[in-house]
Design a protein around this ligand. Structure first.
Ligand code: LMR
Length: 328
């Protein structure tokens, strides 16, 4: 075999090695766990289009839905390692990074999305986006999904009906306390496992929004859904400080502008889908939707509201008061 001189070997290596060219696009991997036909799925897809438009292709967003890339339990770690650049986990999934976001899990805190908007746009609501910055993450904005409902294998009209049943929850201490308050058994499980857990009857129920219950087909394996509107499922769009601050100023501004527009779009979809997907579930006849009487609802509030006191120190009594005041 003829040996190549050193210089030629060096040249060959230089040709075959993948080199980042100056005009290679910046890639933003956006990982999420829900279906594409949901407020978050649609927001992410719109963001991808808007980023392409506004940066003229200099920044490319790759969207990975349905836990394809990471589940919410891993995505923030992956972000800090640079394996993914953006995500929008539920506010319930930040407990390892901050205490204050647990506010959003308190049962019966907000009466509707208008109240949530008023609080999130306030100075205190906006300041909460910075609560993860000490951990190297940046909260870029809130995104709605909507109010949570209770689905179950048996009809839930009063808190006693939930006693002894197993409910899947997101990884949140507040949600754990909420179900314990009605003598139920909460189990922290990833979103990607919920359908199978329900289908195989390993668990009895779960709490989620109309769009998640519809798009992940939970209604096909849960004969009852109580329209409880007892809690909120909202998201925070996050990125890592390292990635965000590493973008040239102009690109960062363009991506940020794209995100603002995509969030407005996603927030409108959240409102529309809550109505549309509830209607589709009702039409399917697979699941009976139970409405609570004012008396029954008052019983759930009475049973679950002591959870507020339990987390008052961690979250801050002033913050809880401010959030509650947004209802009026
Ligand atoms: C859940 O785990 O139930 C939700 O956080 C899923 C989602 O992202 O809406």
């Amino acid at each position: 075999m003829k040996l190549l001189p050193f210089a030629a070997l060096g040249l060959a290596a230089a040709i075959s090695a993948p080199v980042a060219l100056a005009d290679d696009p910046v890639v933003i991997k956006f990982s999420h766990v829900v279906a594409e036909n949901t407020p978050k799925g649609q927001m992410a897809n719109r963001f991808k289009e808007l980023v392409a438009e506004k940066t003229g292709g200099a920044v490319v967003v790759e969207v990975y839905p349905n836990s394809q890339l990471f589940g919410d339990d891993k995505v923030l770690e992956a972000m800090l390692l640079g394996d993914v650049q953006m995500a929008a986990p539920a506010l319930s999934k930040f407990s390892r990074y901050t205490d204050v976001l647990a506010l959003y899990d308190l049962p019966f805190l907000f009466q509707d999305l208008d109240a949530v908007d008023r609080f999130q746009q306030s100075e205190q609501g906006q300041a909460m986006l910075d609560s993860i910055s000490r951990k190297g993450l940046i909260g870029l904005g809130y995104l709605h999904n909507g109010m949570k409902q209770l689905s179950s294998s048996k009809p839930l009209r009063t808190p006693e009906d939930a006693a002894g049943l197993k409910f899947r929850i997101m990884s949140s201490e507040v949600l754990e306390a909420q179900f314990k308050a009605v003598d139920a058994a909460p189990l922290k499980k990833p979103f990607s496992e919920v359908f199978t857990l329900l289908q195989t009857r390993a668990i009895d129920g779960q709490e989620n929004t109309w769009s998640n219950i519809y798009s992940k087909k939970f209604f096909e394996v849960q004969p009852y859904i109580t329209e409880s509107n007892h809690g909120l499922l909202d998201y925070m769009v996050v990125t890592s400080k390292e990635f965000w601050m590493g973008l040239p100023d102009e690109q960062r501004a363009q991506v940020n502008a794209a995100l603002r527009e995509a969030l407005d779009f996603g927030n409108q979809i959240a409102r529309d889908k809550a109505i549309e997907d509830k209607g589709l579930i009702a039409e399917s006849g697979r699941s009976e939707i139970l409405e609570l009487t004012p008396e029954q609802r008052a019983q759930w509030v009475e049973a679950m509201k002591p959870v507020w006191k339990k987390f008052e120190k961690e979250i801050g009594a002033d913050l809880i008061d401010a959030a509650y005041a947004a209802n009026t």
